[in-house]
Design a protein around this ligand. Structure first.
Ligand code: ADP
Ligand code: MG
Length: 158
């Protein structure tokens, strides 16, 4: 699915729509350059889950855990610099109840599960103040079903 997201608040709304469809064991990869809007989308997801606290970028901490219902494990691999994902304990989180969201998955790609929702955010005309083009794809039956539901929701409002 491809969407045009004109403003930050539409990105938040997309995250909120997605949140309503999550069951609690999904893996979401967020691709796109710095400032594309990946963390903004995560803010929308947490808002949609009813989380009231602050949502910050885990660029320096590598990971934030939100005790939303279900919990969210929010990773940012930008500064991973070849560190071993086993050191990070990622596998522990993938096995737990919770939604795993990873910014810059390409940096840890070889060790990551294939089955996931992949959201790619691009700037229109390279302009940070303008709309974003969002491509969403899925691998595996569960994430494909989620994408189908999201597509229906976005196009019909149901
Ligand atoms: P990333 O996590 O990809 O580095 P952030 O979400 O932290 O990016 O930052 C995105 C920035 O772009 C925010 O400051 C946001 O206000 C701004 N922005 C402008 N237009 C949009 C849009 N259409 N969608 C999302 N963010 C936008
Ligand atoms: Mg970010």
């Amino acid at each position: 699915m491809q969407l045009c997201i004109p403003h930050e608040e539409n990105m938040i709304r997309l995250g909120m729509s997605l949140a309503k469809l999550l069951k609690g064991d999904e893996i979401i990869y967020l691709r796109g350059e710095l400032g594309a809007g990946k963390t903004t989308l995560v803010r929308g997801i947490l808002k949609g889950l009813g989380f009231k606290g602050r949502v910050t970028s885990p660029t320096f901490t590598l990971m934030n855990i939100y005790d939303s219902q279900p919990p969210v494990y929010h990773f940012d691999f930008y500064r991973l610099e070849g560190a071993d994902l086993t050191d990070l304990g990622l596998e522990d989180y993938l096995g737990k109840k919770g939604i795993t969201i990873i910014e810059w998955p390409e940096i840890g790609a070889s060790d990551l599960p294939q089955d996931a929702l992949v959201i790619n955010i691009e700037l229109a005309d390279g302009d940070y103040d303008r709309e974003r083009i969002v491509h969403i794809s899925a691998s595996g039956p569960d994430h494909s079903k989620l994408l189908e539901e999201l597509t229906t929701h976005v196009h019909t409002g149901h």
